[in-house]
Ligand binder design. Structure first.
Ligand SMILES: Nc1ncnc2c1ncn2[C@@H]1O[C@H](COP(=O)(O)OP(=O)(O)O)[C@@H](O)[C@H]1O
Ligand SMILES: [Mg+2]
Length: 1017
């Protein structure tokens, strides 16, 4: 084949795959299709046996998985095992449930077609276990999200609850499903499980009130008694001992070593919370379970009339409480029967047998309906939330069918009849879907003509007669009457025998009609309708009471629901798991050949194999085949324009399929050998790798280009936006500027008008800018006389501000001034008052600071100081004294104290002039430094006025005038100064200005002083 060459390139992969294959095949063959002698049943069973002994319980017939119950835990369901099967081609790994599960899942994802996995086999063959394992596989391997986790949990946890209420120990299986279950798992487009839905089929209610020897009632009863907390049991009025309850002791095996009711109870309690049960609902549910047990213990005795009376009042009390009904009403309902005849209600008492019947019917009805309620409740918690949103893509579903298996007991009743009928139907479906299309001669063995189940009006026996009449000619139907002499012995009069696909089953007709009618007396129904237990109330609807129509019989309901199931299954892509039970003893390692051969036969496995081998191992609609493999041929890749049929032709020719390897049908291609398909699959796998690389590269290119384009687009958008913004801002600014300028000009034009809308802005602005300008250019100090020119409107304000400013500067200047400096200034002020503009040498003194004193105490004779005592010297200065007569100049010191002026010569005080006696001070207006102290002369001690000269005349006089407080008595004279001497004589000093200082006695006897002219003058 051409594509082999392509495959050879990856020798490595191929080699590892082959070694894995041989390792797998060491024990028998992993696919019966590969059996040398495929027609031999012995070889088939030998292969099963060989593998079973090595714990290889799974073997394929093509794509059908045959599973043999190992009855022991095998280490093949771990997480690692799940991972090994995940996404791997069906044929690359050893046969396993997981391979089937994964294959269905992948078909669902790839083809988006609903799938179903049909698990068949007789009771105890491992169907329920297989279902659970498949569910676990999906829970672990499917993609998940937060919401999905809860869905997964609920899907898994619905099992223990349903098993507790719907499974029981039978002779065939310690955990036998007593109801049929079809579970849909819904997957979203990402392949995550997002919801689920369960359909339940006919629960074997009769088990509630009766169990065959060696069997038990439903698990929940024992679990509750074993595991329930003391408190709970007390509330429910129950005792821990199952032997106390009539409904639990019929099979005489309440305790079974393989079942741990206590543990199971914990599992169930936990599961109930996972699937959304709140505490109230759990209490209500368990109340019903308990009420069934109490009902079982209700006893009757007959009164004289033979009418039944309740003798167990205690039970009625509990029942009333648990079911939320009136005790008396319930009691009466249990022992009476109400019929409506011609529109009138007739109540008649029941005899013992009838009362027991009514009680059991109530127990069954209560339990059966509660079970259906439970399934509904679980469905609500599993519901796919997405389905409620219109516009969401609908989920694809994968169905798991786990229905009670074919079973034969010593006594087989209506339940077995229904169960086996159901299995018969499924077998038919299996045949139809796998074999029949190719093998027209395959004989459908189905019987169970539903017509025979139309109830006759009288008894079970008349029903049997009617049955005999209707189907007497059917080769698979036999009764005592119809049988020949030999077989007649093995059939009772009330029995009929059916030859099922899985073997003969003899049914006892007793109870058939009752069970079929499933009769619950009207008054009991009514009582239940008034129940205050919300579950019971929900299960019994009042409309049932008013409904005139005769209710459908159990068989009809069952038949209808089954035919609906068949439709569901037919609409899906099926996968098959055929479970085989290796022995009847539930024992590990025991391979009962007879039993197994029987199952191989009735399951039609040999036919299945033969068809696989003779026919075509693989077939697919052209569209689907082409879709899957078109990438392997350049002409069909990436799209084939013509008919799919032609496309497939081209494709297989390209792949080098040989003539005998395949056939082209009307709508499908048939491939004879699995190996052809494996090779194609392998080639696809390799092709996928390279395609994936290509797609990745293309995608990356595309992705980055998109990213780049997106960024570019974003950049341009931002740029243009920014430019726009900038432009708009600029324009706005311009507009604002133009308006402002315009306003200005207008304002300027109108500036001298009174304030109006044209000039107000301008005026405000002028004011504002004046004030701002002023703020920036305030005078720095008191001497700084600058001041901005105010606009007319602010003249007054400006003036006020200017004053304020000046005041402020002065104030702050004053605040900074030291006391010494103040004193200095005070003196300077006084000096200025006295001499400014009056005496020529005054200006020279202005910049020279006045000194505190010109002579230190060390320069004054201590004797003088001693005489002065505590009269402190405030000022001392060297002076020259001119004698009053000869005007001789003598060096003296002038001292000022608190009270007087002292003229001192060395150690001698020459003259003391008290300030009070100082009448004035005279000085010339010229630049000389002579001055005269005028002294009051009344006092003889006084020597008269004193003519002195100080080099610091301004300072000396200022201090003297201030000390003596004679500021106003300083007299600046032009020309001459007169003075008096001690004896009332006068002297005169004449002042003239000349080039240099000259002090001398003039010829006229005056003292002539020539003061130099100063430059400033
Ligand atoms: N794959 C398995 N591995 C181990 N034990 C199994 C397996 N399948 C079934 N069993 C055992 O067989 C018993 C019956 O299986 P079950 O699935 O309930 O049968 P069915 O549903 O077909 O009646 C289980 O309780 C379990 O003990
Ligand atoms: Mg089961």
């Amino acid at each position: 084949m051409k594509f082999r060459a392509a495959v050879a390139g990856s020798d490595g992969i191929r080699l590892t795959m082959e070694s894995a294959l041989t390792a797998r095949d060491r024990v028998g063959v992993q696919d019966f299709v590969l059996l040398e002698n495929f027609t031999s049943e012995a070889a088939f069973i030998e292969n099963l046996r060989k593998r079973f002994k090595e714990n290889l319980i799974y073997t394929y017939i093509g794509s059908v998985l045959v599973s043999v119950n190992p009855y022991k835990d095998l280490e093949i369901y771990s997480r690692q095992h799940m991972e090994r099967y995940r996404g791997v081609s069906f044929y690359e790994v050893s046969p396993h449930l997981y391979a089937i599960a994964d294959n269905s899942y992948r078909s669902l994802r790839i083809e988006r077609k609903d799938q179903c996995i049909l698990i068949s086999g007789e009771s105890g063959a491992g169907k329920t276990e297989a279902t659970k394992k498949i569910l676990q596989y999906y829970a672990v391997t499917c993609p998940a999200s937060d919401q999905v986790e809860t869905v997964k949990d609920r899907l898994l946890q619905s099992n223990p609850v349903l098993e507790a209420f719907g499974n029981a120990k039978t002779l065939r299986n310690d955990n036998s499903s007593r109801f049929g279950k079809y579970m849909d798992v819904q997957f979203d487009y990402k392949g995550a499980p997002v919801g689920g839905h369960i359909l339940n089929y006919l629960l074997e209610k009769s088990r509630v009130v009766h169990q065959n020897h060696g069997e038990r009632n439903f698990h929940i009863f024992y679990q509750l008694l074993e595991g329930g907390e003391d408190d709970l049991l007390r509330r429910l009025g129950l005792e821990k001992n199952p032997q106390q309850y009539h409904y639990l002791v019929k099979g005489q095996c309440a305790r079974v070593s393989s079942i741990n009711d206590k543990n199971d109870w914990k599992v169930v309690r936990r599961a109930l919370s996972v699937i959304n049960f709140n505490d109230n609902e759990i209490e209500d549910l368990l109340s019903i379970v308990a009420s069934v047990l109490h009902l079982g213990n209700v006893q009757f005795a007959a009164n004289e009339q033979g009418n039944a009376q309740v003798t167990t009042e205690n039970q009625i009390k509990y029942l009333a409480r648990l079911l939320g009904v009136e005790g008396s009403v319930l009691r009466e309902a249990l022992i009476h029967k109400m019929i409506i005849a011609k529109g009138e209600e007739l109540v008649s008492p029941l005899n013992l047998e009838q009362a027991a019947y009514a009680r059991d019917a109530l127990a069954k009805a209560v339990y059966g309906r509660t079970f259906s309620w439970l399934v509904n409740k679980i469905n609500k918690s599993l519901a796919y939330k997405g389905a409620e949103c219109p516009g969401w893509r609908s989920a694809t579903v994968l169905g798991l069918l786990d229905i009670y298996g074919f079973e034969v007991f010593q006594h087989n009743s209506f339940e077995q009849f229904c169960i086996n009928y159901c299995n018969e139907k499924l077998q038919q479906l299996f045949i139809e879907l796998t074999l029949k299309s190719e093998q027209e001669e395959y004989e459908s063995e189905g019987i169970a003509d539903e017509e025979c189940l139309r109830p006759g009006d009288a008894t079970d026996m008349t029903f049997l007669e009617k049955l005999e009449e209707t189907v007497k000619n059917h080769p698979h139907f036999l009764t005592h009457k119809l049988a020949d002499q030999k077989t007649r012995k093995s059939l009772g009069r009330e029995e009929f025998r059916l030859l099922h696909y899985a073997g003969e089953v003899t049914y006892i007709v007793t109870g058939f009609l009752d069970k079929n009618n499933d009769l619950l007396f009207r008054n009991l129904k009514e009582t239940m309708c008034s129940s205050e237990n919300p579950i019971i109330n929900n299960c019994f609807e009042r409309t049932e009471l008013t409904d005139k129509k005769r209710p459908e019989t159990v068989a009809t309901q069952f038949k209808n629901s089954l035919s609906k199931l068949m439709e569901i299954l037919m609409s899906k892509e099926p996968s098959y798991i055929r479970c085989i039970k290796p022995n009847d003893a539930k024992q590990a390692g025991r391979f009962d050949e007879v039993l197994i051969r029987h199952q191989v036969k009735y399951l039609g496995l040999m036919e299945n194999l033969r068809v696989r081998r003779a026919g075509f191992a693989y077939r697919r609609k052209y569209e689907i085949f082409l879709q899957r493999y078109k990438s392997l041929c350049s002409e069909t890749w990436p799209t084939w324009e013509g008919r799919p049929h032609d496309g497939v032709s081209v494709l297989v020719k390209h792949l080098g399929y040989k003539q005998e390897e395949y056939k082209m049908g009307r709508t499908k291609i048939f491939i004879r050998f699995p190996k052809t398909l494996f090779a194609t699959e392998d080639a696809l796998e390799i092709r996928k790798q390279s395609l994936a690389t290509k797609i990745q590269a293309t995608w990356r290119g595309f992705y980055w280009r998109q990213k780049f384009l997106h960024m570019k687009h974003s950049a341009i958008t931002i740029q243009s936006w920014w430019r726009g913004t900038q432009g708009r801002r600029k324009a706005a600014k311009k507009k604002w500027a133009v308006e402002t300028i315009r306003r200005f000009i207008k304002g300027f034009i109108y500036r001298n008008y009174p304030r109006c809308s044209e000039n107000e802005y301008f005026l405000d602005y002028i004011r504002y800018s004046f004030l701002m300008n002023l703020k920036r250019n305030l005078p720095k100090n008191v001497l700084d006389k600058s001041w901005p020119t105010p606009p007319p409107s602010l003249c007054e304000v400006s003036q006020l501000l200017r004053q304020l400013c000046m005041q402020n500067m002065v104030w702050s200047y004053c605040k900074r001034i030291s006391p010494e400096w103040k004193q200095q200034l005070d003196q300077k002020v006084v000096a200025s008052e006295m001499f400014k503009g009056k005496k020529d040498n005054y200006p020279q003194s202005v910049p020279r600071l006045f000194i505190n004193t010109r002579l230190g105490t060390e320069e004054i004779n201590p004797k003088v100081l001693q005489v002065l005592g505590n009269e402190t010297i405030k000022y001392a200065v060297p002076v020259v004294k001119y004698d009053r007569k000869g005007y001789k100049a003598r060096v003296r010191q002038l001292l000022l104290t608190q009270n007087a002026i002292f003229i001192v010569e060395e150690a001698k005080i020459k003259q003391r002039i008290d300030y009070a006696n100082l009448t004035g001070i005279s000085v010339s207006s010229l630049s000389d430094s002579l001055f005269v102290l005028h002294v009051r002369c009344e006092d003889n001690k006084q020597k008269g006025d004193v003519v002195l000269q100080s080099d610091h005349v301004i300072e000396t006089l200022t201090k003297t005038a201030m000390s003596a407080d004679k500021i106003d008595n300083v007299n600046v004279s032009q020309g001459s100064i007169k003075f008096t001497t001690g004896q009332g004589k006068e002297g005169i000093i004449d002042f003239t200005s000349g080039s240099e200082l000259l002090i001398a006695k003039a010829k006229n006897g005056h003292l002539a002083v020539v003061a130099p002219r100063l430059n400033s003058r």
